[in-house]
Ligand binder design. Structure first.
Ligand code: EPU
Length: 335
């Protein structure tokens, strides 16, 4: 039997430190408990929402339903010695650390990303030239209509840049239970992206699996604010993909603009650069600000609520559109 708690503060369950309340709250440790919770909601006409690490969410208002907080744990290495299955409630970075201790290659560039394993396929977390989808085999999820456990192969998850079937077709219809990854026993380390190589050099270290992880942790810690000090949800916006013509037009005015070609789609421009180049790094309005070291991050400076953070984001989006003619969109989810 699971316990439902009434009128729970969600303050400590979101890295933006937004004070919102849930009418009902429960933790689920097993598939059976999760099924019980969803079944109860279906039978009692109550809406539910799965809140995992809370590192990519804004509560616009109180939640008039059941918040389900999965706490399932377990990581198992399969007989092929390369496939690992991790339960949804596992902390993502502890899972990455575990794979590295097992000398398994593939997730090192995704070190130090906040959140849980269960959230990793939903927005296809990515960093330093890698995405969760790259090594994913399959996802097991609860079909919330039939209450049956189903498996979907990674190739059918419609993964894209911070996109998946779970954010689209399966939105509200699936709850991730566990994720399987096929990792490598040895492979080339991807140190091309960002400052990984220079950071390893600065560490005076060799390019090894463990040192790539250490370098990425160092880089992330130096750029991204600690939510315990400056409440935030990491990258607030997605990097926009624009046409080659639009990118060229902006580059005529700002020759230093960084950009990356995205095959068959256009050109990706870092939203952090667009905001920074607009002079908005460190910009504060009321209780909310742009982080002073990484312009893609919005920081809750003084107990702002969700609506105030969203208002601030609107101001930034508008300024970017006015200045460059490019629309940027939120990466963070809103409830
Ligand atoms: N830039 C600036 N000013 C800034 C920030 C960035 O000019 O304030 C420029 C940088 O100089 C660089 C470019 O923008 O040329 C890209 O910056 P960076 O490599 O720091 O990455 P990003 O595009 O800002 C993305 C992800 C991050 C991920 C990093 C590293 C998105 C929305 N964000 O950020 O993901 O850690 O790449 O791979 O794609 C997250 O999703 O929460 C997150 C932190």
């Amino acid at each position: 039997m699971i316990n439902f708690t009434k009128d729970v503060s969600l303050l400590s369950y979101n890295t933006f430190s937004i004070e919102a309340r849930a009418k009902l709250f429960c933790q689920t440790q097993t598939d059976t408990e999760l099924i019980e919770a969803v079944k109860w909601c279906n039978e009692n006409n109550t809406k539910w929402f799965v809140l995992a690490g809370g590192s990519n969410i804004i509560f616009r208002q109180d939640f008039d339903g059941l918040i389900i907080h999965p706490t399932s744990k377990g990581i198992t290495l399969q007989p092929d010695n390369q496939t690992v299955i991790a339960e949804a409630g596992e902390d993502w970075d502890e899972f990455v650390e575990w794979t590295i201790q097992q000398n398994l290659y593939g997730l090192e560039n995704l070190s130090h990303i906040p959140g849980t394993v269960g959230a990793s396929p939903i927005q296809n977390i990515g960093a330093y030239g890698a995405e969760a989808a790259d090594n994913m085999l399959y996802v097991e999820y609860l079909n919330t209509d039939t209450l049956l456990v189903e498996r979907i192969e990674a190739k059918n998850c419609e993964f894209g840049y911070r996109e998946s079937i779970f954010k689209n077709k399966l939105k509200g219809k699936a709850i991730v239970l566990r994720v399987a990854f096929k990792l490598a026993r040895n492979c080339e380390l991807n140190t091309k992206y960002g400052a990984i190589t220079s950071e390893i050099e600065a560490m005076g270290a060799d390019v090894t699996l463990g040192n790539v992880r250490k370098a990425i942790i160092n880089i992330r810690q130096s750029k991204l604010p600690d939510p315990a000090v400056d409440p935030n949800a990491g990258s607030f916006f997605k990097n926009p993909v624009v046409s080659i013509e639009t990118a060229n037009k902006i580059r005529e005015k700002y020759p230093n603009m960084p950009s990356y070609e995205v095959p068959n789609s256009g050109v990706k421009i870092p939203a952090g650069w667009l905001i920074d180049n607009a002079g908005l790094k460190g910009f504060q309005h009321s209780k909310v600000a742009i982080h002073d070291k990484q312009a893609l991050v919005i920081v809750n400076k003084n107990n702002a609520n969700g609506a105030e953070i969203l208002e601030f984001a609107e101001i930034i989006m508008l300024k970017i559109e006015e200045m460059y003619g490019v629309k940027i969109v939120r990466e963070v989810n809103v409830l």
